[in-house]
Unconditional design. Sequence first.
Length: 62
Amino acid sequence: MSAGKYEIHLDDKFGYSKLIDADAEANACTVPWFNQTLTTVNDALVRLGVFHGEFHWHKHDE
């Protein structure tokens, strides 16, 4: 999903049991706000978030 300068990827990019270079993934970002699911460990998602400035993605007023 991409919304202007936000890129949010919910797909599991690398799958199970892969070596992931998180620095290379972060450095490859070309937008100010980037979020990617990298892999799944047991029942937990491992995600990478790169944010430059304030991120207006989700808000609750109360």
